[in-house]
Design a protein. Structure first.
Length: 129
């Protein structure tokens, strides 16, 4: 496993990255748009690594380990699909409103602020641990 403070700080960074991506900051600031596929792969790998590290903390019994891990992962994936379906419905309706652009900008700034806060808290926790 890896230190959970580091993983959580990386998760905060991924939130900041996505907010900046949503705001179109990369082409504006750096003249290049990062590959969405590469970002999803890298951040997905790191999030998965963090989840695997958390599973180690559960101290799962070796009896039925494979079945327990499969059940856990299927549950996680089903939860993600359910959440994404709900988000898709909400986002489709929100995008149809006249105030979407203004509200989306504010939402991304708030998301970025939350990501920076998570990073700071986790880095401080790591430094103090």
């Amino acid at each position: 496993g890896i230190n959970s403070y580091i993983i959580d700080a990386i998760i905060g960074f991924s939130v900041v990255y996505k907010a900046l991506d949503n705001l179109g900051a990369f082409p504006l600031w750096f003249g290049v748009q990062p590959s969405t596929r590469a970002a999803v792969l890298i951040f997905g790998f790191l999030h998965g690594f963090g989840l695997a590290s958390k599973i180690i903390d559960y101290d799962i019994s070796p009896d039925g380990l494979l079945a327990n891990l499969l059940a856990f992962n299927v549950g996680v994936e089903l939860g993600q699909l359910l959440a994404l379906g709900l988000i898709l419905v909400v986002m489709t309706r929100w995008r149809a409103t006249p105030a979407f652009a203004r509200q989306a900008y504010a939402a991304n700034v708030l998301m970025m602020t939350a990501g920076f806060a998570l990073m700071g808290i986790q880095i401080a926790g790591f430094a103090l641990a």
